[in-house]
Design a protein around this ligand. Structure first.
Ligand SMILES: [Zn+2]
Length: 348
């Protein structure tokens, strides 16, 4: 009897694990060379939320590196989403070496409900949800899916962002300076340097193996992959130059990887930054600043003021050090402890 129950359980669990094999896994392993497969993965949670994750698997003429790019982790950041739409139309599988995994909009709920930063369903910011939870809310499940299914197949993981609805931003490319994985980090640095982005930011990497990575490309780095992120575009708008910069960046990286031949090399002198200082808002209020992303600031300079709703100044905002404004809040409302301005500089 025990063995019968055991047999039944084995059959049950093997059936479940077949069902459990995702359509992504099947499409990825069965796709011929060259081929394009577009999938929609559905997610539901016990709060009655539902959403979907679109994924395109582009297999080239021959096997080679696997390059993953994701846009729309923040669904209100439009230049990345528009750039990836154009790339999906332009890239020919027959001219590709290796595989592209493309997530054109990672937070479709945020996109279609025009919600900055968060999925409006569950209130979770996907950029902060990694490694995710298999039985969590829909956003946590999406993070878990990308961590378990997509990142393991990937050699290079590119996470494309821009300034969200309220963010003024200088375009830049960034990576983690992970000294534990020198080869992956070196590749991230080289891809940054060919990308066509003038500003290159490297972040210190201090994550322990069991610390939550929070961000998708940091998850990729924690899992031993080469991870990078682009920031281009601002203030919840579609700027054509920001879209074009992203596309050039992707094509130049694919060229460097020997995957696709459409590089547009530009002669630019890179500016490297490795240090970030964040000015946080001391209170809620209305933020006034004549500074823009890309402006240089001197240590101690007043870079803005906060007023209360009656127009009384409640705080002078001063730069904690000299550097360049990488991004700042570009619209009036601010909350207590929110990052008003990120100042970046280069420390030897
Ligand atoms: Zn973002």
């Amino acid at each position: 009897m025990v063995s019968k129950i055991f047999t039944l359980l084995v059959i049950l669990f093997s059936t479940l694990s077949l069902i459990g094999q995702s359509s992504f896994e099947t499409a990825y392993s069965e796709g011929s060379w060259p081929s394009v497969k577009n999938l929609q993965i559905d997610f539901y949670d016990n709060q009655e939320n539902e959403t979907f994750l679109p994924i395109s698997i582009i297999k080239g003429n021959t096997e080679g590196p696997v390059f993953t790019m994701v846009a729309g982790v923040h669904g209100y950041e439009y230049p990345p989403i528009v750039a990836v739409q154009e790339l999906l139309q332009e890239i020919k599988a027959s001219a590709l070496t290796g595989t592209l995994i493309v997530i054109p909009i990672a937070s479709t709920n945020s996109f279609f409900t025009r919600t900055p930063f968060k999925n409006a369903n569950d209130g979770v910011n996907l950029n902060g949800a990694f490694p995710g939870e298999v039985e969590g809310t829909v956003t946590q499940q999406i993070a878990h899916f990308i961590t378990k299914e997509v990142i393991p197949k990937t050699n290079v993981f590119l996470d494309i962002h821009g300034g969200d609805a309220s963010e003024d931003l200088l375009p830049f490319i960034c990576y983690y300076n992970n000294e534990q994985k020198p080869e992956q980090t070196q590749l991230a640095k080289e891809l940054s340097e060919v990308s066509g982005f003038e500003y290159i930011v490297s972040y210190p990497y201090t994550l322990k193996d069991n610390d939550p990575a929070k961000y998708v490309f940091k998850q990729a780095v924690q899992d031993g992959k080469t991870g990078l992120s682009i920031e281009s575009g601002k203030l919840g708008n579609v700027q054509k130059d920001a879209v074009d910069l992203i596309k050039v960046g992707v094509y130049n990286m694919l060229d460097k990887m020997g995957m696709y031949d459409n590089a547009k090399r530009t002669d630019i002198t890179h500016k490297h930054f490795n240090s970030q200082d964040y000015i946080r808002s001391p209170n809620q209020g209305i933020f006034y600043s004549d500074y823009k992303a890309g402006d240089s600031v001197e240590d101690g300079a007043v870079v803005g003021v906060i007023k209360d709703v009656f127009g009384k100044v409640t705080a002078d905002i001063k730069a904690p050090k000299s550097g360049i404004i990488l991004y700042k809040i570009g619209t009036p409302p601010v909350s207590k402890d929110e990052t008003l301005i990120c100042i970046s500089s280069f420390d030897k």
